[in-house]
Design a protein around this ligand. Structure first.
Ligand SMILES: [Zn+2]
Length: 63
C-alpha cells in the first residue's frame, strides 16, 4: 500500500471495506481505493469490526 504516510496516529493496520480483509501497511497486495480503507490499531480491533486477516501479509501475527 502506497499511502502508509497517511496512517493516523495509533493505526498499525488497514482494512478494505469492499473485500472484508485487513492488512499490514507493507502488504504486497494491490493498493485499495482510499475511500474503501478503514484503519485499526490492532488485529483484535479489525476482527471485532468483522474483517478477516489477509493471507499474504498475516497481520494477526504482526499485532
Ligand atoms: Zn495483506
Amino acid at each position: 500500500m502506497t499511502t502508509t504516510a497517511a496512517f493516523p496516529d495509533g493505526a498499525t493496520l488497514y482494512a478494505v471495506a469492499t473485500t472484508g480483509i485487513y492488512c499490514r501497511p507493507a502488504c504486497p497486495s494491490r493498493p485499495p481505493l482510499p475511500k474503501n480503507v478503514r484503519f485499526f490499531a490492532d488485529a483484535a480491533g479489525a476482527e471485532a469490526a468483522g474483517y478477516r486477516a489477509c493471507l499474504r501479509c498475516r497481520p494477526a501475527r504482526a499485532a
